[in-house]
Design a binder for this molecule. Sequence first.
Ligand code: SF4
Ligand code: SF4
Length: 80
Amino acid sequence: MKIRPEMVYSHSSPREFVKRRSAMAHKITEVCVSCGACEPECPVHAISQGDTTYVIDAVKCTDCGACVEVCPVQAIIKLQ
Ligand code: SF4
Ligand code: SF4
């Protein structure tokens, strides 16, 4: 496997990178009203403001679920 920079930044090894990439991830849907409440709750800084809604970086997300609890409009879902 070729080592890419994001593997080194986000994960301890290529094996861990593959494991996390194949895991479920959380996603912010179009229901988001961009209140910003979820961003500071993320322990790995995976949430940022996008063009129309906040967005989750699936590579950084560890599926902890902390952001789901604070969203006032239930815009954050766990992908299967
Ligand atoms: S599930 Fe956890 S790690 Fe993923 S975006 Fe939400 S708070 Fe961050
Ligand atoms: S808490 Fe919910 S509505 Fe607010 S920015 Fe995050 S996803 Fe959007």
